[in-house]
Design a binder for this molecule. Sequence first.
Ligand SMILES: [Fe+2]
Length: 149
Amino acid sequence: MPHCEHDIGTEELAHLEMVGSMVYQLTKGVPAKVLEKEGLGAYYTDHAHAVYPVSAAGNPFTAAYIQSKGDPLADLTEDLAAEQKARATYENLINLADDPDVLEPLKFLREREIVHFQRFGEVLRIVQDTLAEKKYYVQKPIYENNAAY
Ligand SMILES: [Fe+2]
């Protein structure tokens, strides 16, 4: 499979850094009482001003959010859905934001998710075309048929 997923995965980590930086800049120096008034009291209790990856509902990020089935069709379809969910989330955040310094990065991130969706779609088409070829052979690794392994 082309290494599209790895390149996009690296970019996603950079996006996480961008979002974390935005949260840090928006909350830096904000008094605890103000954070509590703005609905961030629970977050402040657990993390103070530290950046901690949680969903809007406060659920911590876990590896369970990353799907990997080992099947190109299943994995690419999952990737496509993940990109659309990310795009929709950025659009919801754009609807909530009014600060230009927040809106512009969010618009950039939304645009990147659209590009990711397009790239994964291209890879899915390549995989589907390859699978549809009349002469397609699969050679299982030797160790799968050898009890010594
Ligand atoms: Fe993405």
